[in-house]
Design a protein around this ligand. Structure first.
Ligand SMILES: Cc1cc2nc3c(=O)[nH]c(=O)nc-3n(C[C@H](O)[C@H](O)[C@H](O)COP(=O)(O)O)c2cc1C
Length: 255
């Protein structure tokens, strides 16, 4: 933990106003509350005990290093979907890599976005470079049988290395764009680049989805998903944790 984080944690105790903390309500042997009194408004619900005081851990993102910010956000903002992306350079050489700073953001037009960083300060990762050169890419969703290969394709390799061939993945020509798609993946979205946002050191590529390929048996003929069949892998705490999505439940929305 960095110095900045430690200082901030102490400040958090002061910020909470100790007279409002529930010290008198704690059982020191269990560090749990012994009677139920509503917490003062200033104390967040998600709080935990330190030294008989209810204290949140507060990270001042403005004063942390980019590495610490990454670790905190990438560990807490989970689960995230994983986009396993194929792209080609201007000479047609294919590439694949996973990205979990990724999601879908709309349906009219259907858009996705993901955030490939740089290999070093001045060199974009191959996926970003290829999409800048050709404008085309395919997003694949990943399920557990593909998880080891997906992670293997995150290795940083020289530009032009064909990870698809290296990992014996089967590809097929896409319908509308110039990039192959991985047949083993349960879902593939053929996309073209709409725009690229650069915010500080971040690069956000926004793509329009033109064609969606779904493995047989995942959806019925009306396009409704069979939850028992589709279990995409989720990214959890950085760097190496994942979650299965087989344990799902339904909450109907209010009318
Ligand atoms: C599950 C997973 C998710 C990842 N998400 C991202 C991400 O969102 N952004 C990023 O820049 N790198 C991410 N990476 C690292 C890239 O996959 C890695 O840097 C890869 O070498 C990039 O390949 P490329 O240079 O062929 O594009 C992730 C790695 C894994 C295993």
């Amino acid at each position: 933990m960095t110095k900045a984080m430690t200082v901030r944690k102490k400040e958090a105790v002061i910020f909470l106003n100790t007279s409002q903390c529930l010290t008198e309500n704690h059982d020191p042997s269990t560090h749990g509350p012994v009677k139920q009194s509503p917490p003062p408004a200033k104390i967040p619900v998600a709080a935990f005990m330190i030294h008989d005081t209810i204290c949140p851990m507060i990270f001042d993102m403005d004063s942390l290093s980019p590495g610490d910010r990454y670790r905190i956000l990438a560990s807490l903002v989970t689960p995230r979907p994983i986009a396993w992306i194929t792209s080609c350079d201007r000479d047609g050489r294919p590439n694949t890599a996973p990205f979990s700073f990724f999601n879908v953001f709309g349906s009219n037009p259907p858009i996705v976005a993901f955030a490939p960083g740089n290999k070093d300060r001045h060199t974009p990762k191959d996926t970003a470079r290829n999409i800048r050169e050709t404008g085309d890419f395919v997003v694949h969703m990943v399920d557990e049988p593909l998880s080891q290969i997906m992670v293997a394709t995150s290795a940083s390799l020289p530009h032009g290395t064909d990870e698809l061939a290296q990992h014996k993945l089967t590809t097929t020509p896409p319908e509308k764009i110039s990039v192959p798609r991985i047949i083993e993946a349960p879902v593939a979205l053929e996309c073209t680049r709409h725009s690229t946002l650069e915010i500080g050191d971040n690069r956000l590529i926004i793509g329009i989805v033109h064609t969606v390929h779904v493995r047989d048996g995942l959806m019925d003929e009306k396009g409704y998903l069979d939850n028992d069949q589709y279990h995409p892998l989720a990214r959890m705490a950085s760097p190496d944790w994942y979650a299965r999505t087989a344990d799902q439940f339904e909450i109907p929305r209010p009318h």
